[in-house]
Design a binder for this molecule. Structure first.
Ligand SMILES: [Zn+2]
Length: 342
């Protein structure tokens, strides 16, 4: 992600590492079960920042290889005709990521690439995948998006288009399954969540879910409200994820440490609480920027006081995800855009 916000990764793959960061507060989620990547070492925003080989970190997640440091979490599995990848990091880091990835998997080409959404943090390997004649799976919205020049409130300047050869070759409006290296892989649309074309990818045999853009654990999952992401779809997507997971499912977020299915359910409850609060604040006349201040404790006095829950005050998630201002502003703005007849 670009932007002038703090995207310092605060999470940790290990409870022992995260405990000092959290102080006395109970962590929102218990720990990342498979120790490996220390996300606290990833300390800078990724926007077009070229990283070095040591910045590409990896760990095992239920037998899948997880790579971090190239712009987003990238999940990979080896097959006899090449690698299956879910997402690809930023293009500027593609050579280093591929080196680490093929080195670990013993593969030489990308066989199948799934784009969980169209943002440049995710689609940076699409050109390589195109040259490898890989199958590129995505939501149809993602295929259309990478074929255009777009703007997003999450990134500076314009994005795309990707060349024809780098665009998805197999798209869905809803869901699909395929077999890779003898196991079933499922994907499904998360409607209107982080963008208009989010997919999750689920490996049932391994009980591993790659959740895509709506789930982040080192920052707030800011939604792209100009490109189909909005709070209604976001909370609905958390319902779908919560229905899918078991408490011990390993959940790989778009960025940040691996969490469990039980953690996703906790996040769902928090986001629903915020969503319901928004409608009270609409009626009191608060704007998108006021909402962050209200949640932080500022009183807004009109004819009558505002009586609404403030679910974030004192919540341990603040220590794990940092300042929620931009998330709240974009989430509230998206709710206004989708709800109020301006
Ligand atoms: Zn994104």
């Amino acid at each position: 992600m670009t932007i002038s916000r703090r995207h310092f990764l605060r999470g940790s793959a290990q409870l022992t590492l995260s405990a000092p960061l959290l102080g006395a507060a109970a962590p929102l989620w218990a720990a990342s079960p498979p120790a490996g990547i220390d996300y606290s070492l990833i300390t800078k925003p990724f926007v077009g920042r070229k990283v070095s080989a040591k910045d590409i970190m990896q760990q095992d997640v239920g037998g899948l290889a997880l790579f971090a440091g190239a712009g987003c979490n990238v999940v990979a599995l080896a097959g006899k005709d090449g690698a299956l990848l879910v997402d690809g990091g930023q293009a500027v880091n593609s050579a280093l990521l591929l080196q680490a990835l093929h080195g670990r998997l013993g593969t030489r080409r990308i066989h199948t690439l799934v784009n969980t959404h169209w943002h440049p943090d995710q689609t940076g390997l699409n050109e390589v995948a195109g040259k490898d004649h890989a199958t590129i799976i995505a939501h149809e919205v993602t295929r259309l998006a990478v074929g255009r020049m777009l703007r997003s409130p999450l990134f500076d300047g314009t994005i795309g288009p990707l060349p024809e050869s780098a665009r998805p070759t197999l798209t869905t409006y809803d869901r699909g399954t395929f077999e890779f290296s003898g196991e079933e892989v499922q994907y499904r649309h998360l409607p209107g969540a982080h963008t208009g074309g989010d997919l999750y990818v689920y490996f049932p045999k391994r009980n591993v879910l790659v959740a895509g853009g709506p789930v982040t654990t080192d920052r707030w999952p800011v939604m792209d409200y100009l490109n189909g992401g909005f709070m209604h779809g976001f909370v609905r997507s958390y319902d779908l994820l919560a229905e899918l997971v078991k408490p011990d499912t390993l959940v790989v977020p778009a960025n940040g440490p691996v969490i469990t299915g039980a953690d996703v359910v906790k996040m769902k409850d928090l986001y629903w609480d915020l969503f319901k609060q928004f409608f009270v604040l609409f009626n009191k006349g608060l704007g998108p920027r006021d909402v962050a201040e209200f949640n932080a404790g500022k009183e807004f006095r009109g004819v009558v006081p505002i009586v609404a829950e403030r679910p974030l005050i004192g919540h341990p998630v603040l220590k794990q995800l940092g300042d929620p201002s931009q998330f709240l502003e974009f989430a509230y703005r998206s709710t206004q855009l989708a709800t109020l007849p301006f």
